[in-house]
Design a protein around this ligand. Structure first.
Ligand code: GTP
Ligand code: IMP
Ligand code: MG
Length: 340
């Protein structure tokens, strides 16, 4: 059995959705469990020419044999949850997607508070999805749980029991985090962060897996950095420069323009250390080096890209095992066999 955890190494939007889809489609884990904050996330998945934007459903949904679970640590907005069940209907997500009975619920009032608060919506630049106010209610122990609300009646389960029993029975479990290291409430650029820790240990705890059971921690980095919302960003470039370099991006959930900057080795080193990374997935290599667009073979990469990858491995001490050269899951170089 293997239990892998995948998390973002930057300020979110590193391309976790793409990497998760690739890994789950290839490795076919029995359970794909979603960790992280909640529907403030927007994972993009491109599969067989179709694009999906996901906020709560695990991005590994394209592997139809997996149970798709949402861990207790994740906030659930029933409206978003039920919408995605319909939206992804052709992948038979109904009947295999369940949230933990203990997930805290985002109510309308939380979204209103998030959007009405100048501090959250303007100073921090929150996503307005109600996550901060709902986590605050949870800490105050007044939040409702999934087992108490009617909309979730047919869609709850005991996630830690399912996940740990699967591991006991030699099955494979994939835990997908959301947001990124720089947005961690503990280790990120406080107060310009999200409403909880976003590192691998918390992702495991979110789904009820103890640290001794985790085999692999995959940290995803983009070849450059993007950030939405406010806060420090030491390698940031001007929007004009980003446009010139072809690195302009807009958010999946909020449609906001993402701030863009160069790869930050110090951030990468700290992120690998605190996440306990065993592997790195490097995405959007094609955006920085267009000549490698859709390349699927490491030997076909230019010396320049190989040097960049060697530098990341040398500085972090962690092997780069997945190189993403396009948004579709097929545009991937998989070097994991070389680890064996
Ligand atoms: P959060 O959970 O919100 O942090 O998001 P995420 O990490 O899943 O990333 P998101 O999908 O929001 O943003 C990544 C963007 O890059 C999406 O538009 C992806 O389709 C795209 N993408 C991912 N990998 C690649 C790649 O290798 N090349 C290119 N060109 N685009 C990519
Ligand atoms: P909140 O999580 O909505 O409270 O937002 C707090 C900060 O985290 C803001 O800067 C958001 O832009 C950022 N953030 C939250 N979730 C994501 C994500 O999934 N991707 C990128 N940024 C995020
Ligand atoms: Mg995103």
């Amino acid at each position: 059995m293997t239990c892998s955890v995948l998390v973002g190494g930057g300020w979110g939007d590193e391309g976790k959705g793409k990497c998760i889809t690739y890994l789950c489609y290839n490795d076919k884990p029995d359970i794909i469990a979603r960790a992280g904050v909640g529907p403030n996330a927007g994972h993009s998945v491109e599969f067989h020419g179709e694009k999906y934007g996901l906020r709560l459903t695990p991005s590994g949904f394209v592997h139809k044999g997996a149970r798709l679970l949402i861990g207790a640590g994740v906030l659930v907005d029933p409206e978003v949850f039920l919408h995605e069940l319909d939206y992804l209907n052709k992948y038979n997500v109904k009947g295999r997607t369940f949230a933990d009975i203990r997930c805290a619920i985002i109510e309308k009032k939380h979204k209103e508070q998030d959007q009405a608060s100048d501090y959250l919506s303007k100073k921090i630049g929150s996503t307005g999805t109600g996550c901060g106010p709902a986590n605050s209610d949870r800490v105050m122990r007044v939040a409702k749980l999934a087992q108490e609300v009617d909309e979730m009646k047919n869609y709850t389960t005991d996630v830690p029991t399912e996940v740990n029993q699967a591991l006991d029975n030699d099955k494979n479990v994939f835990i997908e985090g959301s947001q990124g290291f720089g947005l961690s409430l503990y280790y990120g650029t406080y107060p310009f962060v999200t409403s909880k820790d976003t590192t691998a240990s918390t992702a495991a705890a979110d789904v009820g897996v103890g640290p001794t059971r985790v085999d692999d921690v995959i940290v995803v980095f983009k070849s450059y950095i993007t950030r939405v919302g406010e806060g420090p960003f030491s390698t940031e470039m001007s929007p004009k420069k980003a446009e010139e370099m072809g690195l302009e991006e807009y958010g999946t959930v909020t449609g906001r323009r993402r701030r863009v900057g160069l790869f930050d080795m110090d951030l990468a080193k700290e992120s690998c250390m605190i996440n306990g990374a065993t592997q790195i997935a490097l995405t959007c290599v094609d955006k920085l080096y267009p000549q490698c667009e859709r390349v699927k073979d490491y030997s076909k990469l230019s010396q320049e890209i190989k040097r960049f990858i060697d530098e990341i491995e040398g500085e972090t001490g962690v092997p780069v095992t997945i190189i993403s050269t396009g948004p579709d899951l097929e545009d991937t170089i998989d070097l994991r066999d070389e680890l064996l």
